[in-house]
Structures are given as structure tokens and as C-alpha cells.
Design a protein around this ligand. Sequence first.
Ligand SMILES: Cc1cc2nc3c(=O)[nH]c(=O)nc-3n(C[C@H](O)[C@H](O)[C@H](O)COP(=O)(O)OP(=O)(O)OC[C@H]3O[C@@H](n4cnc5c(N)ncnc54)[C@H](O)[C@@H]3O)c2cc1C
Length: 389
Amino acid sequence: MQDTQILDPFELTDTQRSIRDMVRDFAQKVLEPKAVELDEKGAFSMDHFRQMAELGIAGIPVPEAYGGAGADTLSCILAVEEIAKVDGSMALTLGAHISLGTMPILDFGSEDLKRRYVPPNARGEVVGAYGLTEPGAGSDSAATATTATRVPGGWKINGSKLFMTNASVAGVMTITAATDKSKPKHERISAFVLESGWKGITVAKKEDKLGMRSSDTCYVTFEDVFVPEANLLGQEGHGFAYFMHILNGGRIGVGAIALGLAEGAFERAVAYAKQRKAFGKPIGAQQAIAFNIADMAVQIQAARHLIYHAARLKDTGRPYRKEGAMAKLFASEMAMRVTNEAIQILGGYGYMTEYHVERMYRDAKLCEIGEGTSEIQRIVISREFLGKL
Ligand SMILES: Cc1cc2nc3c(=O)[nH]c(=O)nc-3n(C[C@H](O)[C@H](O)[C@H](O)COP(=O)(O)OP(=O)(O)OC[C@H]3O[C@@H](n4cnc5c(N)ncnc54)[C@H](O)[C@@H]3O)c2cc1C
């Protein structure tokens, strides 16, 4: 049954609110107490991922028939936002698992691929990853040098993928490879679903990073990896278009991570401004601090509107590419400003790891880079108005 009851200023439904509240409770009780330690160690927590899976979070937007919760995009966005408020790395892990590691198979896979790979991902028994970026192909992702060559019964893949989120803990990865170099750039790429234990797949390097330190980021190489014909995703030569479609949705999720990080830092800044006394009164009584809090709140609210709007467009089958890019661009740049101001409000304490806001500042930077840099978002948005000049 359609759940349409209007309950709060953002007109969330009962289902959306209950998912948000459940995830908020879990994030505060389970993720927050360990977030600083995991960040310091740069350690991914499979235990936390499994606990999220038990709550049904690993497959929120996946239909129940494929093992998911059958909820909408906005519910998924709310979950990612709540997790990012306390642990940006786990929000990135979940966002990548769902929107990059699972949705390509669900959206473009054959029934056979969907039945084999989506339910274990949606139940969180298997972690998903997605490989588009290469050493020589980032923003220019169509410059894919990884190749897939036809062999009896399937394909042989050779090449490498860079900065792949979740790769060392993933059971399944969807990657792109050039299948016909004689074709124009955007038509030569196909997508394949790989099981990470297959011969020839090597996690060659786990990256050490500025932020999102407890999310898993790897360089992965592929040497004569045999992929059966059935694991070609959709049609040959359509891989680039599929991945661009997936990124349009994924960007709303990155916006939600940025939003959650900003909110987490804002909540800490507000609490601190009320409690910290200087010159005989709370620092929040100083207009400089109070106005800063006001500006942070306005920016967060504006980002929330952009993100929820983009998610609703997707949920109602309307175009959302421009709106998703706008939401990601604004939210990620907003998160950099707000987390920076939060550190300033906490003064020297804000610079210390145990107060969380410096971690949120470091985590927020990723949102200006992953799933298309801010420059790429500006290209996507401006082309909607100017066309390709
Ligand atoms: C933590 C992390 C996790 C990631 N996870 C994944 C993942 O799971 N899967 C995956 O496939 N990728 C992943 N990425 C890769 C990410 O999507 C790329 O890093 C990003 O798209 C930028 O590509 P690049 O790093 O090659 O930078 P480049 O493309 O080399 O860009 C360098 C600079 O040039 C600018 N630039 C490039 N082209 C233009 C242009 N035409 N106009 C204006 N400016 C331009 C860029 O905006 C940037 O500032 C991840 C990255 C990080 C850091």
C-alpha cells in the first residue's frame, strides 16, 4: 500500500521516518562509540557492516523479491545521512555497497544475474564494489584501458581499477572494460559482474587516506580473469551508459553523506557553543558565534531540500540528473564550510580527534571528489542549460 501520510516539514512518510529513527538509534549506539578508534587505525569493521545488515539496511531500496527492504530512494538517503552524522566511513561503505555495488546488477542485469548476486548483497551477506576509475581514467572515465577479450564461453579481462571502495572486503564487483577499441570512445565499454575470489583478481594495494579512513579503498589488478558469458552485464558496448546512469543516482547518496557530516559537526558545535564559557558567558552569546550557527543551519537546510528533492524525483520516475548533480555539488561544498566552522567554534578542542569534528572535516573532502569531482558536477549542470557547445 502507498504510504503517503504527511507527518513533518519534509513530508516524510511513516516508513521513511521509522527507517530514519531506527538507523539513527543504531548509529548512535553502535557506530559512534568506535568511530574515532577505527578512523585512527584506518580499519574497516565487518562487524559493523554485519550489524547493519541484520537491521535490513544493506538492501533498503532493493525490492523484497530480491532480498531487500523494498523501500524507496529517500529512505536509503535518510539512512546514509544518519550514519554519516556519526561515521562518514560507514556511510560511504553502505552507499557504495548499495548504489554502486548492487544497483547496476539490479538495474541492468539479466534475471539470472539478479537472482544470483542481488539477494546476498541486499541481505548484507556479501559486500558489493564497483570499479570504473583507473590510473589513467578518472573524470575521463571513458578512457578505460582495461580490456575484455572474447574467448570460448566468455571473456578474459586484463587491466586494473583504482580507488575501488569496499574492494578488499567485497564478494562481488561490477567493473568496466573495453570490449571493442575500434568503436567510438563511449560505445567500446562493457560492464561485467565478477566474483572477487576468481583467479587473476588481486587487491594489489590498500590505500591510506586523509579521511574516510575506515572505509576500504583499494587498487585492484586483473590478469587473464575468465568471466563467463552470463556475467556480461546487459548488452555489450552499453557499459559506459550504464555506469553514468548509476553515478546519477549515486551522487544523491554522496550528497547525503555530506549532509550527514555537516549535521554531525553542527550538532556538536551548537552543544559546545551553549556550554563553553569565555569572558563570563557561553560563547554562543557572542554574536560572531551565534551568526555562524545561523549560517550553518541555513546551508544545511538548503542542502537537505536539494537532496530530498532529487531523491523524490528519482522515486517518482522523473529526470534527476541535473538535480542530483546540484545536490551533490552544493552539499559537498557546504559540508566543507560547515565542518570547518564547527572546528573553529570548538577552538583548540575542535582540532583534537576525540571531539569528532576534525574527522568530519577530513571525511567531507571526499564528497567533493568521489562519484565526479565538483568540476565535473559543474560540467553536468551547465550542459543542461548550455548544451554541448
Ligand atoms: C576515497 C575514494 C573512494 C573512491 N571510490 C571509488 C569507487 O568505488 N569506484 C570508482 O570507480 N572510483 C572511485 N573513486 C574514484 C573517484 O571517483 C575519482 O577519484 C574521481 O572521479 C576523480 O578522478 P581522478 O582522481 O582520476 O582525478 P582527475 O580526473 O585526474 O582530476 C584531477 C583534477 O582535474 C579536474 N578535471 C578533470 N577533468 C576536468 C574537466 N574536464 N574540467 C575541469 N576540471 C577537470 C578534476 O575536477 C580534478 O580537480 C574513489 C575515490 C576516492 C578518493
